[in-house]
Design a binder for this molecule. Structure first.
Ligand code: ADP
Ligand code: MG
Length: 246
């Protein structure tokens, strides 16, 4: 098993963001990316894995629970993240956990088939991570679990299982949670406590215009800025404005 230095930083590679969290996420930590719809959670995941594989020699596993892999590849390519090329080079694996949830067949090598269940998902994550020697994992999104499971207890149990697996794998991971309007920072009320870090993405109306910003709400074991920072989504993904705290 990979030995991790808990103080070591893993660069996110999003322009302007690493310096705000003093050099990156702590190696082996699990970070929750929380926000409303269209705030950039999926793009954050894409960028984290793409940069890992292309700039930092860290392979990644993308677990997609909402968009099917084909859509994800198309969306990623539009932002210049050539997922298909990375998959061919054995630097990225996409796990299809979206098709079965929609009762559709999956042609993917890594997928949850014949009805969705959390143990199968956990096995696929484990298999993909070992096959690739992955150092980064993205789970997008936990909210997708809500459609398949009946009660809150069942969903929370599933989240705890995933979290235990992520800790065991010693990868640096991001998981997303879609929240309605910022009433709370997590959908199911447990993600924010399980995660070692919480980043919240906002899309707020200001003078008749929608503006994007984010806050690092929690980052266990490290100091971080508590300010709100504006960011943009460009043709190359998320860009944080230099020195542009709100
Ligand atoms: N090339 C682009 N230029 C500017 N904004 C973009 C571009 N591509 C996507 N977006 C923005 O990103 C949003 C989708 O981000 P996404 O990560 O899918 O959100 P979430 O996963 O939080 O729902 C779109 O609604 C759009 O506003
Ligand atoms: Mg999304």
């Amino acid at each position: 098993m990979l030995k991790t230095n808990k103080k070591e930083r893993v660069k996110i590679g999003i322009p302007g963001l690493d310096s705000i969290v003093h050099g990156g996420f702590l190696r082996g930590s699990n970070i929750l990316i929380s926000g409303g719809t269209g705030t950039g959670k999926t793009i954050f995941c894409m960028q984290f894995l793409y940069n890992g594989a292309t700039k930092y020699d860290e392979n990644g596993v993308f677990v997609t629970l909402e968009e099917r892999p084909k859509e994800l590849r198309t969306e990623a390519a539009k932002l210049g993240f050539e997922f298909e090329a990375l998959e061919e080079e054995n630097k990225l694996i996409i796990i299809d956990a979206a098709s079965s949830r929609a009762s559709l067949p999956s042609m993917e090598k890594y997928a949850v088939r014949r009805g969705f269940d959390i143990n199968t998902l956990a096995q696929e994550i484990y298999r993909a991570t070992k096959d690739l020697g992955a150092h980064r994992i993205a789970i997008d999104s936990l909210s997708g679990l809500g459609i398949k499971f009946e009660g809150l207890l069942e969903i929370r149990t599933a989240i705890f299982k995933l979290s235990a697996l992520l800790n065991e794998l010693e990868c640096t991971s991001v998981m997303t949670s879609e929240i309605p309007v910022s009433s709370s920072w997590s959908r199911f009320g447990v993600e924010e406590f399980i995660a070692q870090g919480v980043v919240i993405l906002f899309l707020d109306e200001e003078k008749g215009e929608l503006r994007r910003s984010f806050v690092v709400r929690k980052m266990r074991g490290t100091s971080h800025s508590l300010k709100r920072f504006p960011f943009e989504i460009t043709d190359h993904g998320i860009v944080v404005m230099p020195g542009g705290e709100l």
